[in-house]
Design a protein around this ligand. Structure first.
Ligand code: MN
Length: 161
């Protein structure tokens, strides 16, 4: 058995561990962001293989935290696994619950927020080869916040129109 085959063989089955962890999967904390475009999010890469066209990740947003406000060419397929929260997709704000599915189309602003005292955990499917996310400029942020529901979602009660 060559090295590559051996590595694959070891990864055929990773047992679930308590608290939405998986055997042998590193949990990568995100840094806090100065512009508050993301907060308190961890990431685990569940499936990533050169022979797969996609990757599956598990993100977890701590209570009061939120995923990166961003957009990009590649899409996301999201399955909520744990907790409740809200998401922004484009200019739509939706409540999300466990087992809900959320599709994020190309070049669409998106963010997930944990709105209860429980973490919000979700699986996120992406292309293995993908473009880098774009973060909003101040002008784009102002444009997004022109819709009061979005301004409220993003935590800006002092919306100016
Ligand atoms: Mn994204």
């Amino acid at each position: 058995m060559d090295e590559k085959t051996a590595a694959r063989a070891q990864a055929i089955h990773r047992r679930a561990e308590p608290d939405y962890r998986w055997e042998g999967v590193e949990r990568l904390p995100y840094k806090e962001d100065d512009r508050a475009l993301f907060k308190s999010v961890s990431r685990q890469i569940l499936f990533s293989d050169p022979d797969l066209a996609g990757e599956l990740r598990y993100f977890e947003v701590a209570p009061g935290g939120f995923s990166s406000l961003e957009r990009h060419e590649h899409m996301h397929g999201v399955l909520i696994l744990r907790g409740r929260g809200r998401c922004l997709v484009g200019t739509e704000v939706r409540a999300v619950d466990p087992n809900d599915l959320v599709t994020v189309p190309a070049w669409t602003w998106h963010q997930f927020r944990a709105t209860t005292n429980e973490p919000l955990g979700f699986l996120c499917m992406v292309n293995a080869t993908r473009d880098k996310p774009h973060l909003p400029t101040e002008a784009e942020l102002a444009e997004l916040k022109a819709k009061s529901e979005v301004a409220e979602f993003l935590g800006d009660a002092s919306k100016q129109t």
